[in-house]
Each structure stands twice: as structure tokens, then as C-alpha cells.
Write a protein that binds this ligand. Structure first.
Ligand code: RM4
Ligand code: MN
Ligand code: MN
Length: 396
């Protein structure tokens, strides 16, 4: 048993090292495949997204960066960089990862970087390179690619040709990176394509990252796996081969559900965090923690604050695993004792320690309660609600 002060020191160190990026799209109106559900408090401009992100950072102290989606957030591309810069100063959060958008233009119906048309592939590569430029001008380290490409029916596309096109596109994107930038390659086995996706799993991402160049890494989105897949094992492998670039955190019950972190299976996030803790603190500079969630039913501000707090709780629980004795038990094959030690940390109620840490750092002890007390959500609901009636929600 650790003394109370030793425990506090360990907890404070762990919490000081934890930051997580929030996504601009987590504040906007989103929906299901069947329609959008509008919320009066949703952000519909980049300024509102920055405003909301600034508020989350003020309440939690651990979300200094906002992930941006080119086209959604910078519809005029490079020209919008100055606007972003002024919003950064105004709201106290800076632009985080830059996400190219290769999935909403009509020309990408049959793919973007893997489209059989050389002309369309060229346009998609140009967008990747623009995204690198945007990121550089904003001082953002990571360009984070999620590729929607794939096919729906067997025999309709050449899987092999598309691999070559992709290798070429990512090499060219990599050449545009400055020395401090990185290219993150996200994978997803399904949706929007359902027969094959061109980057379906971590092996494909790892290969593409390696072929692209030394500044490319793999991005693990927790919702982008088949059910029951052992994600922490993938994380352990990526750490081992030095290719883990970051995470998109969210939770899921079935597919890419984008539910709030830890809502369905908090133990899984704990197990992932354990692998990171095992690698030591140095690895944190190399592994970006990001949230990738859009909230259709929960209030957006509440869901984001709740997610950040859940992330901190699970990070802290995983930090409490007594790793040295655990290693001894593992080597001795003391299975029950090892498992009890491991899950003992998971069951520890860390909320009092978190409250102490927040108090010591001058943050509200209970960010969700502080959000409610601040009246922020009521204010944006009143301010933004009037615009809502004009928004289109229908699917067909
Ligand atoms: C994907 C993926 C990407 C996100 C897009 C919009 O499912 O998770 O990270 O940018 O959705
Ligand atoms: Mn994602
Ligand atoms: Mn996703």
C-alpha cells in the first residue's frame, strides 16, 4: 500500500501529463444517416466552435487544442488561416490536428486518393498538400488523414492498383511536410464503403506510414475496429515498432458509434492507457490524445466536458497500476493475483484525487457542475437558437 502522500504525488504527476484535443465537429449539429437532430446550443460557425472549446478548456484545464476539419472549418482553405489565428487569440485555444476532407465532393464518389481517375487522384493529393500548408501556417504538428475510399462490391475495383496509388499519394504528401510536422494515417474497416476499405486496419496503416516516410505514424480511432478486437494489443504493437502517432477516442457498442468516452466499456480505455503508462512519460510527446465524437442526443458542451473528465479518470486509474509488482506476478504466472492487482486499480475511485488536483491547479473541482452553474449553455442556447429554424435537417 502506498502512503497517502505518495499516492497524491503519483496522481498529480499523472494528471499533469494528461492533455486531450477536442474536435470542432463535436460542437456542431450532427446526426445519423437518417437525419440531423438540431440543438439550439450547437455551434454553427468556426467562432462558435472556438468559443465552446475555450469554455471546455477553461473548465477542465486540459484541452488547449482544437482539431479542425478543412472544408468544414476552413472552407476557403489557406485563405482562412488568418481567421483561425485571430480566433485562437480570442478564445485561448489553438488549432490542433488538421484533418483533410476527401469525402464530401461529388467527384469522390468512387474514391479520392484511390480513384481510378488520375485527374481526381491528383486533385485529392493537392488537397492533402494544401492541408499540410494550412497546418504549417497554423503551427499544427499533425495532419491527420482519414480516408473514406473503398468499394462496395467484389470485383469492381483493383485492390492492388489502389494500394500503389495510395503509396504514391502519401509519399508525395510526406514530401511536403516540414521537419516538425507529422502525417497520421487512420484506418477503418467499414463505412462508407462496405466491401473493402483502402486502409482497413493497423497493418495497412503501418505499411503506408512506413512507405510514406519517417514522419508518418498510425492513428488509432477506438471506434474503427471489429467488435471484440483487442485494441490494447494493437497499441502495444504500435508502441513496440515506434509507429503509434495518436488516438481518436470515443466509445461504441456496434460500429463507429462515436459515443462518449468510457460510456460503454471504460475498462478498454483503462487497458489502452495502461500500455501507454508502461512506455513511460517520454512517449506522451509522440502520442496525440484526441477525442473524435459528435453528440446527437446529449448536450454538446455537457458531453464534451463529461468525456474529458472520464478520460482523466481512466488515465489516473491506469497510472495507479503498480507496474513493478505486476511484472513480477506476470513472470511467476500468478494469474489471479496479477489480474486482481490490475483490475484493483480500475476499481479504485479516483474522483477524490482528481478533485484535489483540480483544486491545486485552480480549476473547478467538478467541471460539469461548474458548467451548469456558469449559465454558458443557457446563454448560447438563447443566442444561437434563433438561427436554428433555417437549418436543413432532412435526409432525402
Ligand atoms: C470518420 C473518422 C475521421 C473523422 C470522420 C469525419 O469516421 O473517424 O476521423 O474525421 O469520420
Ligand atoms: Mn476518427
Ligand atoms: Mn470515426
Amino acid at each position: 500500500m502506498k502512503s497517502e502522500s505518495a499516492l497524491q504525488e503519483l496522481a498529480f504527476q499523472a494528471l499533469d501529463s494528461f492533455q486531450i484535443e477536442i474536435p470542432s465537429w463535436g460542437f456542431a449539429n450532427t446526426g445519423t444517416r437518417f437525419g440531423k437532430f438540431l440543438q439550439a446550443a450547437a455551434a454553427s460557425t468556426l467562432e462558435e466552435k472556438f468559443g465552446d472549446a475555450g469554455q471546455v478548456h477553461k473548465l477542465t484545464g486540459v484541452t488547449p487544442t482544437l482539431a479542425l476539419h478543412v472544408l468544414w472549418d476552413l472552407p476557403n482553405g489557406i485563405q482562412d488561416v488568418e481567421t483561425v489565428r485571430s480566433l485562437e487569440t480570442r478564445y485561448g485555444v489553438t488549432a490542433g490536428s488538421i484533418n483533410p476532407n476527401l469525402f464530401q465532393d461529388q467527384e469522390y464518389k468512387f474514391g479520392s486518393l484511390c480513384n481510378p481517375s488520375a485527374e481526381i487522384r491528383e486533385r485529392a493529393v493537392a488537397h492533402m498538400i494544401d492541408s499540410v500548408t494550412i497546418a504549417r501556417r497554423l503551427g499544427s504538428r499533425d495532419v491527420s488523414l482519414w480516408l473514406p475510399d473503398g468499394s462496395n462490391y467484389p470485383g469492381t475495383q483493383s485492390i492492388r492498383k489502389r494500394i500503389e496509388w495510395l503509396e504514391d499519394a502519401l509519399q508525395r504528401t510526406h514530401q511536403a511536410l516540414s521537419p516538425s510536422q507529422r502525417l497520421l494515417v487512420e484506418y477503418k474497416p467499414f463505412e462508407p464503403a462496405f466491401y473493402h476499405t483502402d486502409i482497413a486496419d493497423w497493418g495497412m496503416s503501418a505499411h503506408l506510414a512506413r512507405t510514406a516516410g519517417p514522419q508518418a505514424r498510425v492513428l488509432v480511432d477506438t471506434g474503427h475496429h471489429y467488435a471484440a478486437q483487442n485494441i490494447e494489443q494493437i497499441v502495444a504493437w504500435l508502441l513496440h515498432i515506434d509507429l503509434l502517432g495518436g488516438f481518436h477516442f470515443n466509445d461504441r457498442r456496434y460500429a463507429d458509434d462515436d459515443l462518449t468516452l468510457g460510456s460503454i466499456d471504460p475498462y478498454q480505455i483503462f487497458r489502452i492507457f495502461h500500455e501507454i503508462h508502461l512506455s513511460g512519460r517520454e512517449v506522451l510527446g509522440e502520442v496525440a490524445f484526441m477525442i473524435d465524437q459528435s453528440h446527437n442526443l446529449k448536450g454538446k458542451m455537457e458531453a464534451m466536458v463529461q468525456t474529458v473528465c472520464a478520460g482523466q479518470e481512466l488515465w489516473l486509474k491506469a497510472a495507479l497500476v503498480d507496474r513493478e509488482p505486476l511484472a513480477g506476478l506476470q513472470d511467476a504466472c500468478e494469474l489471479v493475483a496479477a489480474e486482481e492487482l490490475f483490475r484493483g486499480a480500475f476499481w479504485c475511485d479516483v474522483r477524490p484525487l482528481l478533485r484535489e488536483w483540480r483544486r491545486a491547479r485552480g480549476l473547478p473541482e467538478d467541471p460539469l457542475a461548474a458548467l451548469a452553474e456558469s449559465g454558458y449553455v443557457q446563454r448560447i442556447t438563447a443566442e444561437r437558437g434563433a438561427k436554428m429554424a433555417a437549418t436543413v435537417t432532412s435526409y432525402a
